[in-house]
Design a protein around this ligand. Structure first.
Ligand code: ZN
Length: 756
């Protein structure tokens, strides 16, 4: 695949002006939106204030769709969490560093004691202030418009710093009143985004500024140039009610599929105990919700193929209601594409990403598919043979097909049989109370920082606050920022793992630094009456991944807030964290962070070997499935005409992912990414893996714990954030332009990706 760099410098063109005139959005006050990640790993979440300022408008509101920001967990699960977890274990103890001076951060920690009224009032005030700033800019005569007089960057940093924590409350606050107010605040910010996007007067002031800056010959420093360029070219468009409705349905989906105990045979008892039991006509039925912790164990363990099939068909059709909405959204996008003068929506969207255009995405995906197909086919044959044997043994009918509801079941069986690797045994070596502090310690040593726990106000007693300092800090100049960890499940809390970069770092007008703050919200594990909270290896990987986002948010150092940390191109933002996942597959790191909850012994070499071996099991089928999502997303955003999307969804899946479906359901209605800021963007999950693999193999593989390498990573990747082209950061870090050799080698064992 080709990953050449592009010098895609965008200037204010007649076309850009047309976009504004047409009301599809004036030049955005750009802020890169963030990202969610592949299947098991979590997200970086951006705030609504950023959403409406997002690059070229293509992510607008969709960057923060409710499906990312709001809890998905059903009440039955959350109350289970609550009842089974003794409160004493909700806070992790971290060793104190003794020989360090007691320092006071130069920036106080934010307050978390807002009332519902405060949230509403402060949000309205911030909006009013920002509106006044825009009025002031619009009132400038065109010869007064220049880089300084527009000063939008400063305004946006202040706006974000106020509104972001306020809209964060809805994910973590135990108070319904606060959560509602926080949610309403987000709506206000979104509405303001629409209003701002329609301001032709501000757009014209920016256009005048660009002209004047050019004419004056004033030299902008590289970061200023980038800001200017983005500001003058970033577009946004009206917020799509269709997308909002789609996301709302996504959040409110609460269907169930019911089974008898007999039908659930094979599923671990602790999972079944979480299903809601009811009696119908004297028969006991278990309701399985469509939420991940309920239905995924069913796919993995339920022995009866009919059970898995029924559950799959219910799951696939759960958001049928969204299918017409998607059709409408795509129709609208095609119309906008024509007006904007782009060939396809995908070209419009990818213009500001690393990949640069739809044709490059297609080449990337096709190339990868072609290489993965033979790998996936072999894996399918193996799993099918396993199925045949089991069906024979159990006297079940066998039609020679491998269905989508067979995949997770036989994938698990294959790992158990071929590696005799037992997930639940591995778990015993990863108590939360050991893993979390050890991972923090690994990061601190690697990146040369230290975490000091601060006993202060947070939004909930479970949340722990840390002041982060440079390792050798002697005075307040060594302050880095704040970090919050809110790691345990509780009712009404965001139900996945995600990082909110709540405050960006930037240089204030007076030259002083405004310090960043990153918060991780996760649901690591719960304890049971006779066991402490234990993490599966997957959870360990997720935590390590998320901490990667936290450090991206803490260790970036840019002039402007909009380039801070994770505000990089969306097809790059996951790369640092994806790279860091590698640490969780390194034997010496695994040994370091494991400690059996009873014996206190680390993982044995034998068990470590099995874990490492399991990493690439069925990798072909896994990535073919990812390619199916990516290719569906690309196709619907490059086609010139509407089509039967349900048929397309089902046909493409069969063709690409090599598994057969059942009754064709409108699965595209549950493809939240497509309205959640990942339109023509799903490829990014795989695309960024290329950079992740290259960075790891080229720099860290030789010694992932070497602080000198950590320093290099800080300087070249974390520090610049989005203030320069990602390809430049990569080149500096790697010592050469990035290429896909390491990725190919990782997946296929050789650099060409061809079976040799
Ligand atoms: Zn991530």
């Amino acid at each position: 695949m080709s990953l050449t760099a592009h010098a895609g410098v965008l200037h204010l063109s007649p076309l850009a002006r047309r976009r504004a005139l047409l009301g599809w959005g004036a030049l955005a006050i750009g802020f890169a939106a963030h990202h969610t990640s592949l299947s098991s790993v979590g997200h970086v979440v951006t705030n609504p204030a950023h959403a409406w300022r997002s690059i070229a408008g293509y992510s607008t509101i969709r960057a923060v769709t409710p499906f990312l920001r709001r809890p998905l967990t059903a009440p039955s699960q959350t109350s289970r969490f609550l009842s089974s977890r003794p409160p004493a274990q909700s806070v992790i103890s971290f060793a104190k560093s003794h020989n360090m001076p007691q320092l006071t951060p130069p920036q106080p920690a934010p307050s978390w004691n807002h009332s519902a009224e405060d949230i509403t009032r402060l949000t309205k005030e911030a909006i009013e202030k920002d509106r006044q700033l825009q009025d002031k800019i619009a009132a400038l005569s065109h010869d007064q418009c220049n880089f300084e007089s527009l000063a939008l960057a400063d305004g946006e940093a202040i706006f974000d710093s106020i509104t972001e924590p306020l809209s964060f409350y809805q994910n973590v606050s135990p108070s319904k009143e606060i959560r509602d107010a926080s949610n309403n605040a987000e709506v206000l910010v979104r509405d303001f985004g629409v209003e701002s996007s329609m301001r032709l007067d501000v757009f014209e002031a920016k256009a005048a500024a660009e002209k004047n800056i050019k004419a004056s010959g004033r030299e902008l420093n590289p970061e200023e140039q980038r800001l200017d360029r983005k500001e003058l070219t970033d577009l946004k468009k009206e917020l799509s009610q269709v997308c909002l409705e789609f996301s709302k349905n996504f959040n409110e989906e609460n269907g169930v599929v019911s089974f008898t105990l007999e039908e659930l045979k094979g599923i671990p008892a602790d999972v079944i105990s979480g299903y809601t039991k009811r009696t119908v006509d004297g028969k006991e039925l278990y309701d399985v919700t469509h939420k991940t912790p309920d239905i995924f164990p069913l796919f993995k363990y339920a022995e009866a193929p009919e059970t898995r099939k029924k559950a799959h068909e219910s799951y696939e059709a759960r958001l049928e209601i969204n299918a017409p909405l998607l059709t409408r959204a795509l129709d609208l996008r095609r119309k906008i594409t024509v007006l904007l003068g782009y060939k396809t929506w995908a070209d419009y969207v990818t213009e500001v990403k690393m990949v640069k255009n739809a044709a490059n995405v297609e080449t990337f995906l096709n190339d990868l598919e072609q290489k993965l197909r033979p790998v996936g086919s072999k894996e399918r044959e193996t799993l099918l043979a396993l199925k045949q044997a089991e069906h024979k043994e159990k006297n079940l009918p066998f039609d020679g097909e491998f269905y989508i509801w067979d995949y997770r079941y036989y994938d698990r069986k294959f790992i158990e049989q071929s590696l005799s690797l037992d997930d639940s045994l591995v778990k015993e070596y990863f108590p939360v109370s050991v893993v979390v502090p050890t991972i923090l310690e690994i990061y601190q040593n690697l990146l040369g920082v230290r975490f000091e726990e601060v006993k202060g106000e947070t939004w909930h007693p479970d949340a722990q606050m840390f002041a982060v300092w440079e390792e050798g800090a002697k005075d307040e100049s060594g302050f880095v920022g704040y970090c919050y960890l809110d790691l345990f499940p509780r009712e009404f809390k965001y139900s996945h793992a995600a990082v909110w970069p709540l405050l960006p770092g930037y240089a204030q007008h007076d030259g002083k630094r405004s310090y960043p703050l990153a918060a991780m919200v996760a649901n690591l594990a719960k304890s049971t009456p006779d066991r402490p909270a234990l993490m599966r290896h997957d959870d360990v990987v997720t935590f390590f991944h998320e901490m990667g986002h936290v450090f991206h948010g803490l260790l970036s150092h840019t002039q402007f807030s909009r380039f801070h940390g994770t505000s990089v191109a969306r097809d790059f933002v996951e790369a640092p964290s994806q790279m860091l996942e590698n640490w969780c597959w390194e034997p010496r790191v695994l040994e370091k962070m494991s400690s059996h909850y009873e014996t206190k012994k680390p993982l044995s070499a034998e068990l470590i070997e099995k874990i490492v071996k399991s990493r690439y099991v069925n990798v072909g089928l896994f990535y073919l499935r990812q390619l199916f999502f990516a290719k569906f997303d690309l196709k619907v955003h490059t086609d010139q005409e509407a089509t039967d999307y349900t048929a397309l969804w089902n046909d493409l899946r069969t063709a690409i992912s090599l598994v057969k479906g059942g009754k064709p359901g409108a699965g595209q209605g549950s493809f939240g990414h497509i309205v959640g800021g990942y339109d023509a963007g799903y490829y990014g999950y795989t695309y960024s893996l290329v950079f992740a693999a290259d960075m790891y193999a080229t720099v860290f593989k030789r010694d992932p714990l070497d602080p000198a390498l950590g320093q290099r990573y800080r300087e070249s990747i974390l520090k610049p954030g989005g203030s320069r082209e990602e390809t430049d950061s990569l080149k500096e870090f790697l010592g050469r332009p990035s290429n896909s050799d390491a990725f190919m080698k990782e997946l296929f064992g050789n650099e060409s990706g061809v079976d040799t």
